[in-house]
Design a binder for this molecule. Sequence first.
Ligand SMILES: Nc1ncnc2c1ncn2[C@@H]1O[C@H](COP(=O)(O)OP(=O)(O)O)[C@@H](O)[C@H]1O
Ligand SMILES: [Mg+2]
Length: 315
Amino acid sequence: MEKIAVLMGGRSLERDVSLRSGERISAALDERGYKVLALDVTPELTETLRSERPDAVYIALHGKYGEDGTIQELLEFLGVPYTGPGVVASALAWDKAVSKRLFRANGIPTPDWVTFSADAFKEMGAARALDLVPDALGGFPLVVKPAEQGSALGLTRVEDAGALPDAFLSALSYGSVAIAERWIEGAELAVSVLDGPGGLEVLPPVEMVPKSGLFDFSAMYTPGETDYYVPARLTDDVAAEVRRLAGAVHTLLGCRHVSRVDMVVGADGVPNVLECNTSPGMTETSLLPMAADAVGVGFQDLVERLARAALDGLE
Ligand SMILES: Nc1ncnc2c1ncn2[C@@H]1O[C@H](COP(=O)(O)OP(=O)(O)O)[C@@H](O)[C@H]1O
Ligand SMILES: [Mg+2]
């Protein structure tokens, strides 16, 4: 019987979300006849992996350390195959300031943005450039968010210049780099990509319509707070373009097994890529399972498919 260690929890701010993903993944693997070792990530993790010698690790971690290349680097050194993108793809996708530069340099539309680090504020007086930000981004509203975070944590929609410094302070309390980005009013989409022996499979786009108007932490994880449309309500042309872009992002960042690309399609029908997630949520309200379900791939099928990608060494 193949043994799979499901890594969940850890100390990231998305710990609780990860525990919810991890419990469901563990149950699915158990149902499918794998020996499951559910592991909360603690300083004992390495010792446990060495003594238990699982055939593969299922990474059900979200956020820092689980999604930024840290756990991937350790697992590679330990020689344990794992689900999801590798070290470099994880690190690139996790850092929005870097991945957005790659998007722009490679013709993938992404909203205009500027990056400020805490060091630039502290060491170089970058606060003296904040007044230039609104004009650079086409005015208000705009959004300020940490470059390295998930689940909309530390994200503020900024309506006027007076609110800009506090928005940066808030974003920088989550990490050392913050970005300000042009706000795109439009349809919010998540487009999941799976790869397999037959090549990339882009799943139907999921459209999220949060009842509060903002797809924040509560709208993401509280059942009933957001309406979902699968497939998204798009014209055939826009749907095709959105799917093409998701595949292009997955390939550009060097992802393997799975990724989920978040986008906003503006009123003009032009899609804008916000970010790429390399360990997408697997909770009851999560977008990847929803998209898979729409093409007849149930939760257990999805989980087993990703586990097999790791066990079978799919690169
Ligand atoms: N530039 C933007 N225009 C419109 N909405 C945005 C923009 N940036 C973020 N958002 C909203 O905030 C949510 C989270 O932002 P995102 O960039 O995906 O970061 P993360 O999910 O990693 O926190 C998005 O799903 C979207 O609802
Ligand atoms: Mg997102």
